[in-house]
Design a protein around this ligand. Structure first.
Ligand SMILES: NC(=O)c1ccc[n+]([C@@H]2O[C@H](COP(=O)([O-])OP(=O)(O)OC[C@H]3O[C@@H](n4cnc5c(N)ncnc54)[C@H](OP(=O)(O)O)[C@@H]3O)[C@@H](O)[C@H]2O)c1
Length: 124
């Protein structure tokens, strides 16, 4: 197993790409934590991935709440080896129908929160 003994935080891990990644990481031996805004969705995903999975409801656009969630997860897992900053909105629009300001806001918030949050140093 490629990730045996590793810990991973996956934002937006309650569905889609994040959930698929969480499943794969857990199958490869990692202890996984997932975040997202919808507690029920996270709980369903947590059960599916495995009982050892942690789930924390937090909006990446809310810097204080997201930072606190990261701290709790890092403490519970004894540190973080991997952070997958995946949370965001997936929306398909016809080319030409996309508003660049909207796109910047969708992706920018998640990336800003990820960059500003103080993550623990990866364990050696
Ligand atoms: N699918 C594609 O073709 C594609 C292409 C390019 C990029 N992406 C990017 O890849 C990522 C995942 O896409 P996906 O297709 O897997 O989308 P998805 O199924 O909608 O999953 C996105 C996840 O992020 C969570 N989320 C959204 N906004 C959040 C916020 N502000 N704070 C915390 N969690 C949030 C959602 O849960 P809640 O709503 O419960 O918070 C959801 O579980 C997104 O960032 C998307 O922009 C996707």
């Amino acid at each position: 197993m490629k990730l045996a003994g590793k810990t991973a935080l996956i934002t937006g891990g309650g569905s889609g790409i994040g959930l698929a990644t969480a499943r794969l990481f857990a199958a490869e031996g990692a202890r996984v934590a997932i975040t997202g805004r919808t507690a029920e969705k996270l709980e369903t995903a947590r059960r599916e991935i495995g009982a050892a999975t942690l789930a924390e409801a937090a909006d990446v656009g809310d810097f204080a709440a997201f930072s606190e969630a990261v701290s709790r997860v890092a403490e519970a897992l004894g540190g973080l080896d991997i952070v997958f900053a995946n949370a965001g909105i997936s929306a398909s629009r016809p080319l030409g129908g996309t508003d660049p300001r909207q796109t910047a806001s969708w992706t920018g918030k998640g990336l800003q929160a990820t960059r500003r949050t103080r993550y623990p140093a990866p364990r050696s």
